[in-house]
Structure formats: structure tokens, C-alpha cells
Design a protein around this ligand. Structure first.
Ligand code: GDP
Ligand code: MG
Length: 221
């Protein structure tokens, strides 16, 4: 178990078609494990991990792993609210999942904070040599054209670039906090500051249960 102190909690949403690896990416980050069996996510589950974003500054990522199925979409959309970061996931071996990223992004942007940090993630890179259906250049071009922060190919199976992907989003969120783009005192933003570290004025209620997190205070690294 981690005993790191977090400075901020940020809400991250995992979106994209079913079976792209959203749950597997989340589990790889939080537990460093992988399973070949596909447990369908019901509506949404939450995982969390404390990651470093600067010298002695840590963000606790609260990861909302959403269901990709069409019939859960109404529920899924409600989870977009308050999100400050997003991994928009497709499967590099299934062209149709890349065809749907535009739709996912439009849904997200209709609900989420305009400043939300969105990373395009092509998952299952371990299968790319034999089964690739989406070229990296095409995905990168799409990410640039649509104002996403970046694009990365990952493998939840091998762990390749998984932590890096989440870290990139965490760092971007931190830059935006520092730049005043996310107001940590506005509960419309999915950011919570550690009141034990920064004083109670910076501890808005944003519907994130953090009562058990304050005990993390004290340890580091
Ligand atoms: P979700 O519906 O987007 O949450 O997808 P899951 O995480 O449940 O994964 C769907 C299936 O793809 C599962 O059988 C996983 O084992 C498999 N999978 C997920 N990520 C990878 C990966 O990086 N490489 C490979 N080869 N399979 C993966
Ligand atoms: Mg899932």
C-alpha cells in the first residue's frame, strides 16, 4: 500500500468502445496485473493511484473506469461531469473502435470541463505487429487535429507505456492547476486540494469521498 501524501485529487475518466482495454489499463496502473478474461464493467468502477507530478508534489488520480456499451451511455455521460482528465481509448487491432473516437470525444466535450486534459490511447500495442488496423501516424494526426494533448500506444498486457500515459495526463492537470485553469475552490471542477496540507479554505466538496485519504498524510516515496 502506498503511504504517499497527495496534494490534489483529480477525477479521470476512461472512455472508448467496449473491450479496448479500459479496465485492463486501470488495473495495470493500480495493481500492476493483467487478466486475459474480459469482465464487462457495469456502468463504472473506481480505481486510484498517487503519482508524482513535480518535486514533492503528488496527485491522487481517481480513475472512473466506465462501461463502453451503448446501453450504458446515458449513465456513462453523467460520469463525465467534473472530470479533469480523460484517457480516450481505442484498440489498435480493431478499426471500428478508432472510428468511434470522434463520437466519444463529442459526448465528452458536451458534458465535461472545457479544460479537460484528453489523451488518445491506442491500446494492445503488443499485437500491433501482426494485427494492426490503425496506423500510429493516422491516430496522432487525428489527436492533433482535434485538440487533444497527445497520443500514445500502450499495452495493458505487457505494461508498456501504461504508467507513462496516466502520468502525462496527471502532469498536464497539474500545469493547468498551476496556471489557474482549474479552480481548486470551485466544486464544478473535479479537483480537490489536500486541506490537511494547504488549509481548509482549499477543500471544496466535489462529491469525491476523500475522508479516508487524509490518513495517507505523512509518508512519502
Ligand atoms: P474494456 O471493456 O475496455 O474495459 O476492456 P477490458 O479491459 O475488459 O479488455 C478487453 C479484453 O482485451 C480482455 O480480454 C483483455 O484481456 C484484453 N486486453 C486488454 N488490454 C490488452 C492489451 O494491451 N493487449 C492484449 N493482447 N489484450 C488486451
Ligand atoms: Mg471495462
Amino acid at each position: 500500500m502506498s503511504s504517499k501524501t497527495w496534494d490534489y485529487i483529480a477525477k479521470i475518466v476512461m472512455i472508448g468502445d467496449s473491450a479496448c482495454g479500459k479496465s485492463s489499463l486501470t488495473i495495470r496502473l493500480t495493481d500492476n496485473t493483467f487478466s486475459d478474461t474480459h469482465d464487462v464493467t457495469i456502468a463504472a468502477e473506481i480505481g486510484s493511484k498517487i503519482v508524482p507530478v513535480d518535486d514533492n508534489v503528488f496527485i491522487k488520480l481517481q480513475i472512473w473506469d466506465t462501461a463502453g456499451q451503448e446501453h450504458y451511455r446515458a449513465v456513462t455521460r453523467s460520469y463525465f461531469r467534473n472530470a479533469t482528465g480523460c484517457l480516450l481509448v481505442y484498440d489498435v487491432t480493431r478499426r471500428d473502435t478508432f472510428s468511434h473516437v470522434q463520437e466519444w470525444l463529442s459526448d465528452l466535450r458536451a458534458q465535461a470541463d472545457p479544460e479537460i486534459c484528453v489523451l488518445l490511447v491506442g491500446n494492445k500495442s503488443d499485437l500491433s505487429e501482426t494485427h494492426r488496423e490503425v496506423a500510429a501516424d493516422e491516430a496522432r494526426d487525428w489527436a492533433n487535429a482535434n485538440g487533444l494533448m497527445d497520443f500514445v500506444e500502450t499495452s495493458a498486457k505487457t505494461g508498456d507505456r501504461v504508467e507513462e500515459a496516466y502520468l502525462q495526463v496527471a502532469r498536464e492537470i497539474y500545469y493547468k492547476i498551476k496556471g489557474g485553469k482549474f479552480d481548486v475552490n470551485d466544486k464544478a471542477h473535479g479537483i480537490k486540494m489536500n486541506s490537511a496540507k494547504y488549509g481548509s479554505s482549499g477543500a471544496p466538496e466535489i462529491g469525491l469521498d476523500s475522508s479516508k485519504d487524509v490518513k495517507d498524510k505523512g509518508g512519502c516515496c
